[in-house]
Write a protein that binds this ligand. Structure first.
Ligand SMILES: C[S@@+](CC[C@H](N)C(=O)[O-])C[C@H]1O[C@@H](n2cnc3c(N)ncnc32)[C@H](O)[C@@H]1O
Ligand code: SF4
Ligand code: SF4
Length: 410
């Protein structure tokens, strides 16, 4: 079963089988009758659509290629543009190595699986369009996060021609004095607005979304962004991120009260109320990219950034991350499982002992990091399957399924 679905778990000795409907029981029957080899049975189960068998190896649920760490902006809340403090040697993989990673990833994921191209500013990577086209032709969905600075008409056309499925532009505030101050340059808000127009003109099909950081300077304008995006003709998702310790800075549990205190909302700003208003709008069917459980996790995080927001474990054991120098991780802070400059076979890495070790590290981790809270947040049981939650008939992310007046939201 792919991520997000209802599952039934059947554990038999050292074989762990996960599956979602009664076909699993038929196969279990076969297993009793035919014990000639567990290997054979495993293969049969994996051949059956949707089954997930690799012993305890999950099907990937999330993938992000940090294809470059270069950036033309120098944001106040992100140090990506500075020399990477975690990497000694800065050797970039070739386009062919990225393509090989894409091809081998395809062996272990279903049709329509999404690859997120991030950075840095991914549009600064020369071979990007080539990689997007290659992934699209192999049946992937592709998403790109951008600050919008370089998306003029010509770039918008190149992006559309490459077949990109979705582009997410950073809009932290609708007030240029705030957005431009944090993005480190005057005119950035104006450029990202033009980027949205250029992208809209270049393609009717591409999904256009926005992404906004909830931080001290932006809290007051967050609901304005939700309203603006919802009313916008072409924007189909407004995603919100909780502010984190800036990228590429030495890890510090107390960052929010030490060096980067200026990013953290003050108690007077009442971020809890703002999040309640976002949740209300999400339930009303606004185009909000976060799920309700994720917004609720943001509430917990802003209440106490040190307390782990999940009641179970972190879900990054299902993630594939590749850094700008080609290092392959499940979680960036755990075991490095390989490098695509040496061997770009992602399927091989996924089943390796190093990946198992990294999964163990993920299972034991309780950091509230950017990757978990903002990038790949899966709700814990019972959120997902809570009948009370489901009976509210919430729209899917990016859908305006059943818009209802805010006053009617429970
Ligand atoms: C590293 S950026 C890469 C994409 C692109 N350069 C951009 O700014 O949109 C990915 C996302 O992280 C967000 N981000 C940067 N610094 C952050 C921080 N300290 N806390 C939370 N999100 C942050 C950005 O706003 C952007 O939406
Ligand atoms: S947030 Fe994006 S635009 Fe800003 S420095 Fe980081 S990578 Fe560049
Ligand atoms: S909480 Fe963060 S650091 Fe810990 S395993 Fe999950 S993604 Fe990695």
């Amino acid at each position: 079963m792919l991520s997000g679905g209802k599952t039934t778990e059947i554990s038999m000795s050292n074989l762990h089988v996960t599956h979602h409907d009664r076909m699993a029981f038929n196969l279990l029957g076969n297993m009793r009758e035919n014990v000639s080899s567990l290997k054979k049975l495993k293969r049969r189960l994996s051949d059956f659509g949707g089954a997930q068998v690799y012993e305890e190896i999950p099907v990937p649920g999330f993938c992000c290629f940090g294809i470059t760490d270069t950036c033309m902006l120098k944001c106040n809340m992100c140090d990506k543009w500075k020399t990477d403090i975690f990497v000694e040697e800065r050797l970039a993989p070739s386009v062919d190595q990225w393509k090989e990673a894409i091809r081998t990833l395809r062996e272990i994921v279903p049709d329509g699986f999404e690859i997120d191209f991030g950075g840095g500013e991914a549009l600064m990577y020369k071979g990007l369009m080539d990689c997007i086209r290659y992934a699209t032709d192999l049946g992937f969905r592709t998403t790109l996060a951008s600050n919008g600075w370089s998306v003029n008409k010509e770039m918008a056309k190149r992006i559309a021609d490459a077949g990109l499925s979705s582009i997410i532009f950073s809009v932290d505030s609708l007030n240029p004095a705030v957005h431009d101050k944090f993005r480190g340059l005057e005119g950035v808000l104006d450029r990202v607005m033009r980027a949205i127009d250029n992208m809209s003109a270049a393609s009717q099909d591409i999904h256009i979304g926005t992404c906004s950081i909830i931080m001290g300077a932006t809290v007051e304008g967050i609901i304005d962004i939700a309203e603006w995006a919802n009313a916008h003709e072409r924007i189909k998702s407004a995603l919100f991120m909780a502010v984190m310790q800036p990228n590429n800075t030495p890890l510090d549990d107390w960052w929010h009260s030490n060096d980067f205190e200026y990013l953290w909302p003050s108690p007077e700003q009442n971020v809890q109320l703002v999040l309640d208003e976002l949740i209300k709008r999400r339930k009303a069917g606004y185009y909000i990219g976060n799920s309700v459980p994720q917004l609720q996790a943001f509430k917990q995080y802003f209440e106490n950034p040190m307390a782990f927001v999940k009641s179970t474990k972190c879900n990054m054991d299902k993630a594939v991350h590749i850094s700008a120098v080609g290092d392959v991780f499940l979680c960036f802070r755990k075991e490095r499982v390989g490098n695509i400059r040496e061997n770009a076979n992602i399927a091989e890495y996924w089943r390796s002992d190093l990946a198992k070790k990294a999964r163990k590290g993920v299972a034991e981790c309780s950091d509230n990091c950017h990757f978990l809270l903002n990038c790949f947040f899966e709700a814990d049981y019972p959120f997902e399957f809570d009948p009370a939650h489901l009976s509210q008939g919430l729209p899917g992310i990016g859908e305006k399924a059943r818009p209802i007046p805010l006053s009617e939201v429970k």
